[in-house]
Design a binder for this molecule. Structure first.
Ligand code: AMP
Length: 419
């Protein structure tokens, strides 16, 4: 049976999902964390997802554990061991998938799809990885220094271990390559665009593309006829105006720091304020970038936590937590208003990612502020978590939908097109 691996390689971690294609059935998924350390953690889940409790089924001499759900459907393998690099991590994972009987041997995996963060202007769709594609991914490291080198490392390691499998790169930015120049250009001297590619690229493209497609199916209308606003609200958050099935505008910018407030990222800030703070605090460029990326957003404003769950829990009594939530919601509402104006209307708002899929209060706060545009909520449907559903009521002129994202499936489908 032909299997496809969807891979998201980070600098010290590797997430994967093994799918049976074209059946689109998830065979296994997992993550290897702390690659490069003596105590790397390998987690592999396989079987059927279940809500039941688990019990320990097996504890091996090598320190690994396998737990099984009460109904025996879901297995979870966990191990802590030294793993020196991505190559070793992938080799261990593939060997484990074989030992656990999930694959008979490595050759069953006939395609590997890799998430690549930055595709610049070179890639407006997913591509088969060739030598020249890999060189371009390397060269785009300037645009995503933390991500592209790790993504490229993942590609090379898989190519060595699975030389006969096809390798496909799926870029976070490619969906947004349809933006018109009035939306992707900054009002800076034009030569910076031609010299450095200084423009808006956006991010989360695979997620926006997936949920837009699902939304069209739920609405029973062709995607090409719809005006959608897709809201990917997770630790990283971005909003996209999808018109005629294409990204017309998106909130993230040259990097994923721009746009709405996020868990630890600031989102949009007047650039001269950054210079002002640097001068007064004596901060280097690198230190300032760290503050904007890691110490701002919900964490910076609340001073308590970057996790929306923590903030909502105490927002009744804690002013800082309440303020952070208000800023988060308000920025999103502003982008929605802007995109309604840009598209000349909207048919549906589509909520996804950690906060978008799970937080009824945040969805409600956003929708309550949009009554003017004719969006009204079905309070009962809005209590749903992590499952496709319409959350607007019958009278709502604009639909609101909850669509759990599935970037891995999108990656596997892209691989399938090249098989
Ligand atoms: P993601 O980046 O898509 O994995 O989303 C992660 C974020 O989702 C976390 O940092 C939480 O803030 C948020 N999240 C997850 N579950 C909930 C929930 N039930 N209510 C509010 N926020 C949630």
């Amino acid at each position: 049976m032909a299997k496809t691996m969807a891979v998201n390689a980070g600098s010290s971690s590797l997430k994967f999902q093994l799918l049976d294609m074209p059946a689109e059935q998830v065979m296994a998924q997992g993550v290897i964390e702390r690659i490069g350390m003596d105590d790397a953690i390998v987690t592999i889940k396989y079987g059927v997802e279940t809500n039941q409790g688990t019990h320990l089924a097996d504890q091996s001499a090598d320190g690994s554990n396998v737990t099984v759900s009460q109904d025996g459907q879901m297995h979870k393998y966990e191990n802590v061991l030294p793993i020196k690099d991505h190559q070793q991590a992938i080799n261990f994972m593939l060997q484990k998938l074989t030992d656990l009987g999930i694959i008979a041997d490595f050759s069953e995996i006939t395609g590997v799809g890799h998430r690549v963060v930055a595709g610049g202007e070179w890639f407006n769709h997913s591509v088969l990885v060739t030598k020249s594609v890999l060189e371009k991914i390397d060269r785009l490291a300037d645009y995503a220094p933390l991500h592209n080198p790790a993504n490229a490392m993942g590609i090379r390691a898989f190519q060595k271990l699975l030389p006969d499998a096809i390798s496909v790169a799926v870029f976070d930015t490619s969906f947004h390559q349809t933006m018109p120049e009035e939306n992707y250009l900054y009002a800076l001297p034009y030569e910076y665009y031609t010299r450095y590619g200084a423009r808006k690229y956006g991010a989360h493209g695979t997620s926006h593309r997936y949920v837009a497609g699902r939304a069209a199916e739920m609405l029973g209308q062709p995607l090409a006829d719809l005006k959608l606003i897709t809201l990917h609200l997770g630790a990283g958050a971005s909003i996209t105006a999808v018109k005629d099935g294409k990204s017309l505008d998106t909130s993230m910018g040259f990097t994923p720091l721009a746009g709405v407030a996020m868990a630890t990222r600031s989102g949009d800030v007047d650039p001269s304020l950054i210079y002002y703070i640097q001068e007064h605090e004596g901060l280097s460029n690198e230190e300032m970038l760290t503050i904007l990326n890691k110490k701002s957003g919900l964490l910076g404003l609340s001073t308590i936590s970057s996790d929306m769950r923590d903030l909502l829990e105490v927002s009744e009594t804690n002013d800082h937590a309440r303020l952070a939530v208000k800023v988060f919601v308000n920025r999103i509402v502003k982008y929605i208003g802007q995109y309604i104006a840009e598209m000349g209307g909207v048919d549906a708002l589509v909520f996804t990612a950690g906060i978008g899929e799970n937080s009824a209060p945040i969805r409600q706060m956003i929708i309550d502020k949009l009554a003017y545009f004719g969006v009204t909520l079905d309070a009962t449907a809005n209590q749903t978590r992590g499952q496709e559903i319409e959350i607007s009521d019958q009278n709502s002129r604009v639909k609101a939908l909850l669509v759990p994202t599935n970037e891995e499936l999108m990656i596997a489908r892209d691989v399938e097109r090249f098989k």
